[in-house]
Design a protein around this ligand. Structure first.
Ligand code: PBG
Length: 323
């Protein structure tokens, strides 16, 4: 009888579809990013990221508690300091906004895993991720500041640090600094293949980190490059990265897949601000079914090979998954 092969047999009803499903999304996969500002009682919605807020420490603790109660295992903290200068000194101040937020969250919810973003762009007056001289972002002098920043986060109680600056050699520099200060058990999740992407637009409003001149193309990767991602990831693993990240996620599923195929360490993918905003905007216009599109996107990131997904959708998706 024609045809012998009828793939539709295994799609006939929800039960058989559930049985042969190849990818399953879980709340265990999620890392929820949070933006911390100085002050008290502040919860200011980010206009281009509905549902995401700049929050003072008291509010961030509440948000983290809610995430934890939904089963989300981890948060990623970004700090937005009041004081910015040429060398980003608030980034490695032991009483800086992230350092204090880490202490407050770990005090309130010790089981919640707290990861910190290690970068200078939110802390520098020029908005670049390193020290600037004559319009250039200097690599090696920046490593020392990033190392100080990572150590200060670990001292505050961070469970893991995540450098996102894309300076060469920073994973090794941070690993050595952490080890020297007695934090050899704090893992590094490196933003290994991080592209110079326009999808970060809304984040820069959220983190007030738009470069005041030029762009980040001399340090973040060029979007058309695929093989180069494997080189970046290999270098970071050699330097001691425990988890490697691909960022952004959705336009870079091929990169996630390549990294998954080529390396055996856990792979994280960052479903970035612009990817989130597109879904929110189209949802508000009634042009898409927002929840289904969100779940399809997160599933596709997992299917491509990500073990961990950093996403602003974490709480909403966790609620849907528990139904
Ligand atoms: C900081 C950093 C950025 C993001 C995470 N860490 C912005 C950038 O590199 O300009 C982007 C996150 C997002 O868009 O959601 N270096």
């Amino acid at each position: 009888m024609f045809p012998v092969h009828r793939p539709r047999r295994l799609r006939k009803n929800p039960v058989i579809r559930r049985m042969v499903r190849e990818t399953s999304l879980s709340v265990d996969d999620f890392i929820y990013p949070l933006f911390v500002v100085e002050g008290k009682g502040i919860k200011k919605e980010i206009s281009s990221m509905p549902g995401c807020f700049q929050e003072s420490i008291d509010e961030v603790v509440k948000n983290a508690k809610e995430a934890y109660s939904l089963g989300i295992p981890a948060v990623l903290l970004f700090g937005i300091p009041e004081h910015k200068d040429e060398v980003g000194s608030s980034a490695y101040d032991e009483h800086g906004v992230v350092q204090e937020a880490v202490k407050a969250i770990k005090d309130a919810i010790p089981e919640l895993y707290v990861i910190t973003d290690v970068c200078l762009c939110e802390y520098t007056s020029h908005g670049h991720c390193g020290i600037v001289e004559k319009g250039d972002v200097l690599n090696d002098p920046t490593l020392e500041l990033l190392s100080k920043e990572a150590v200060s986060h670990a001292k505050a109680g961070a469970d893991m640090v995540a450098p996102s600056d894309m300076m060469d050699g920073r994973v090794e520099a941070i690993r050595l600094a952490l080890d020297e200060e007695g934090f050899s058990e704090v893992p590094i999740m490196s933003y290994a293949a991080k592209y110079a992407s326009s999808f970060y637009g809304p984040f820069r409003e959220a983190a007030e980190s738009t470069p005041q001149f030029g762009d980040r193309r001399s340090y973040q990767m060029d979007p058309p490059n695929r093989r180069e991602a494997l080189k970046e990831v290999a270098l970071d693993i050699e330097e001691g990265a425990d988890i490697v990240m691909v960022k952004p996620a959705l336009s870079y599923l091929d990169i996630i897949s390549d990294v998954r195929e080529s390396f055996d360490v856990p792979v994280a993918a960052y479903n970035v601000s612009g990817e989130y905003s597109l879904v929110k905007a189209a949802g508000r216009l009634g042009w898409i079914d927002e929840q289904r599109v969100m779940m399809e996107i997160l599933t596709s990131i997992k299917r491509a090979g990500a073990d961990l997904i950093l996403t602003y959708h974490a709480k909403e998706a966790a609620k849907l998954l528990s139904k």
